[in-house]
Design a protein around this ligand. Structure first.
Ligand SMILES: [Zn+2]
Length: 817
């Protein structure tokens, strides 16, 4: 007995220290899975762990959301590893240059990118607790980086909504309100952007802040935890075809290794799952593909449930799916992923180094010319992706010409940008810049084209030889103060810097004119759309030149001062061809049937890109709003506009347009304006399709029907440069087409259009859909008495990344009548 006592007391001490670390349930005061945890409570739990287990957990607040919630990363590993974390990171990153001796696996687990896929964050707490207690052994050779919630604003939107609407006790009947989130659902971030489409474009605050840290680590494995419809049980790797061609055999194989390990646990529990379906690896802006194109095993895991499931719900099979079940599944795959990593450290490190060895891609360099602010916007994106570029030397380069689709050449200059695939991130460079990504299967989950030279409106060559450039010589031009006595100040109109400059001038009540025709003055040619800011228009303004020069400097605009309005060629400044730009009051339609994504793109554009005020009018009260208070009304588009656009709404809008209003109809709102009582726009009739074989075997029908579809492809369009909607554009514009809806040319005001050449320059467009595109409208303006309707069939604000389309939208707002 005496001998046993010390052993017993040792046992008591050990179990006490294990008990010292509180589980999520103990810390939160309720059993995990019995209610949803608000984000601030999640933060509290992670903070608690970083104190209670500070030798094994470090917490890093990497930013804040739009609604000011903290964004967190937790680093978890053994005490010895944590003491050496920075050295481990540096050794790991050496793998990207092929000389590392790293002996650790780096696993990054991202939770709840879609806010209403709310189980993820709950599961993250269970996972980190297990890693610090029962699964500690994995920490010896593995660093785990956990982002407990990528999208706190969206998640709290869902959680708060659910808490307000849930029955007590919660109602399992899927018909009950707690299973039907409204229009303003929690999936997206504050601006209704889908953060799982933003990894490559970085339009959103959360993405930009996260990527800075992701790039510091470039993990071996990245998991993005999601939820899918409640009747689909669980999806994990391996992914579905199409796989992008840059994905290596090892990346494919290791997805299978991980998937089989998960299957072992799911089988043992009798849980259902599927693999190799639905979730492909192609579009580069996902949380699985972006990591994959940077050498990781990038995976999406999808639990059934999402915004429908609440705390519990009866599924289509009659089974009950609870939040606890959902936690158990995501917990299991999370731990299983870490287990596979911990058991394959050597292999992961070897293969990761292989990924970063230089590859023999067909195109070695991409050479880009264009407007200064387009190039600048692109270099800002490249910097965030740590893609290295150089500048032109004046040499002429040959290769594939993006504009013509043929072999051609381009003369570089000091502004030209050269991006090579012969660099650490060469694979990412290839994916983002190659003219047309190779698509092994047209059945894909997302858009099939994104090539950045088209998105940024740049002249480009893809070269099969390596082109070297030079580093930039800083242009230290002396800045001159604006002449107080000048007659007018002039500047060009090419891109978003100009648009922001104008938007601020208008808000500071500075009056601005716009040249409707090109002109030459004091030996310099100015294009259509050039801004003319005269002293006479602004002589009531104290310190006009001081305010003007301040705003110009802020937006990187250089102004040309002129002493006369008497032009050498073109129209003088007092001509009717030099029009005052109206400081328009703009409203946008929100609520059903507008898509939250389409609405969010516009909202974000006004507040975070253009910086111009926007009034939001909801569909449930717009009928009673006096529209004469607004100059511009935007219909963002969505499914079901026909029911919104009843005869009384159509009459109201028509009368407002007659009185001088401007309606901007986008995407799927447009068809609702077609018809007997509508406007002039007319949808292309659906031709009876003789080649789609409807008696194909049932299982082939979906593929057969792809002939009618366009899944996000890039088309070459022609542009009428003389129209104010096209000021700042050249005669060709590459448009991202997101569907096969087609409209006829307008009788007047066909501004951007597809002519006869209907094959996309990149991406997938079905054979029948292509035929339908012949002679179809892309952007146009219909005059209607004193007002106008602007049609934007293609969406230039889609996901905020089609930089070259944005000026069309700005023109639609500000062009003079
Ligand atoms: Zn999701």
């Amino acid at each position: 007995m005496k001998l046993l006592l010390p052993v017993l007391s040792l046992f008591i001490t050990l179990s006490l220290s294990a008990q010292e670390l509180k589980s999520p349930s103990e810390f939160l005061g309720y059993e995990l899975g019995t209610r949803f945890t608000r984000h601030h409570q999640v933060v509290d739990y992670y903070q608690y762990l970083s104190e209670a287990a500070k030798d094994r957990v470090q917490l890093n607040e990497y930013g804040k959301t739009n609604e000011n919630r903290p964004l967190l990363l937790a680093y978890i590993s053994s005490t010895a590893n944590m003491a050496n974390l920075e050295a481990i990171r540096e050794e790991h990153l050496k793998s990207t240059s092929g000389t590392s001796n790293s002996t650790k696996a780096i696993v990054w687990l991202s939770y709840n990118v879609h806010g209403n896929e709310s189980v993820s964050t709950e599961a993250s707490m269970q996972t980190i607790y297990a890693l610090l207690t029962s699964k500690q052994a994995y920490l010896e050779n593995t660093i785990i980086i956990m982002d407990p919630c990528i999208n706190p604003d969206g998640r709290d939107r869902y959680v708060n909504w659910y808490n307000q609407y849930k029955n007590t006790p919660n109602q399992l009947n899927p018909a009950s309100k707690e299973h039907h989130e409204g229009w303003w659902n929690g999936r997206s971030n504050h601006y209704m952007f889908d953060l799982n489409r933003d990894w490559a474009w970085l339009t959103q605050l959360e993405s930009r802040q996260r990527l800075r840290y992701y790039n510091k680590w470039l993990p071996h494995i990245h998991v993005d935890f999601h939820e899918q419809s409640m009747d689909s049980p669980y999806y994990f790797a391996p992914a579905s075809e199409p796989f992008h061609e840059v994905i290596t055999d090892f990346q494919r194989d290791f997805q299978v290794t991980i998937g089989k390990n998960h299957a072992k646990y799911f089988d043992a529990n009798g849980w259902f799952y599927f693999t190799k379906e639905r979730f492909d690896l192609f579009y580069p802006s996902y949380g699985d593909t972006y990591p994959t194109y940077n050498g990781a095993i990038g995976m999406t895991y999808e639990q059934g449930g999402g915004g429908r499931a609440g705390l519990g719900v009866i599924t289509g099979n009659g089974d009950t799916l609870t939040l606890k079940d959902r936690i158990a599944h995501h917990f299991t795959t999370g731990i299983s992923t870490v287990e596979v990593a911990a058991n394959n450290v050597k292999r992961l490190n070897e293969e990761y180094q292989k990924f970063y060895r230089s590859k023999n891609y067909r195109y070695k360099s991409f050479i880009l010319n264009g407007q200064e602010d387009h190039l600048k916007a692109l270099t800002q994106l490249l910097d965030q992706h740590q893609l290295i570029y150089s500048y032109g030397t004046g040499a002429t380069v040959k290769g594939f010409n993006y504009k013509t689709g043929k072999t051609g050449s381009l003369k570089t200059n000091a502004q030209s940008i050269i991006i090579s695939t012969d660099q650490t991130r060469g694979t990412l460079a290839k994916v983002l810049f190659e003219p047309n990504a190779k698509l092994s299967d047209s059945l894909t989950y997302d858009i099939t084209a994104w090539s950045l030279p088209y998105a940024y409106g740049l002249d480009a060559i893809a070269s099969e030889s390596l082109i070297s450039g030079t580093s930039k010589t800083e242009n230290s031009a002396q800045k001159e103060a604006l002449k107080a006595n000048a007659y007018a100040f002039l500047t060009d109109w090419n891109g978003m810097d100009d648009a922001r400059f104008l938007a601020e001038l208008l808000q500071k009540k500075i009056r601005v004119r716009q040249a409707q025709k090109p002109f030459t003055l004091e030996g310099k040619r100015h294009n259509r759309g050039s801004l003319i800011i005269t002293k006479a228009d602004n002589d009531n303004k104290m310190e006009f030149t001081k305010i003007l020069s301040g705003i110009a400097e802020k937006h990187h605009k250089s102004l040309t001062a002129v002493n006369t309005g008497f032009v050498d060629k073109g129209k003088d400044f007092g001509s009717g061809y030099v029009k005052m730009i109206p400081a328009v009051k703009v409203a946008v339609l929100a609520g059903e049937p507008t898509s939250t994504l389409r609405f969010g793109e516009i909202w974000h554009f006004f507040e975070q890109q253009l910086h111009y005020p926007l009034t939001v009018l909801d569909e449930n009260y717009i009928g009673g709003v006096d529209l004469s208070n607004y100059d511009v009304l935007i219909l963002p588009g969505g499914d079901g506009y026909e029911s919104f656009m009843d005869d009384s709404m159509l009459a109201k809008l028509k009368e407002w347009v007659n009185q001088g209003g401007r309606l901007i109809a986008m995407g799927k709102s447009i068809a609702s304006l077609d018809g007997e009582n509508g406007f002039d726009i007319s949808a292309r009739e659906k031709e009876i399709d003789s080649t789609v074989n409807l008696v194909e075997p049932y299982e082939n029908l979906r593929r057969e029907k792809m002939k009618n579809d366009i899944t996000g492809a890039i088309f070459k369009t022609k542009v009428d440069q003389t129209h104010p909607l096209a000021f700042g554009y050249k005669d060709t514009y590459f448009s991202l087409k997101l569907g096969s809806d087609a409209f006829n040319y307008l009788e007047n005001g066909t501004v951007a259009y597809i002519s006869k050449d209907t094959s996309p320059v990149a991406g997938f467009a079905g054979s029948e859909a292509q035929k339908k595109m012949s002679k179809s409208l892309v952007f146009g303006v219909e005059k209607h008495r004193k007002g106008q309707v602007v049609y934007m069939i293609d969406n230039p604000l889609f996901r905020g990344f089609w930089e070259n389309g944005k000026l069309f939208f700005v023109n639609a707002l500000f062009m003079a009548n």
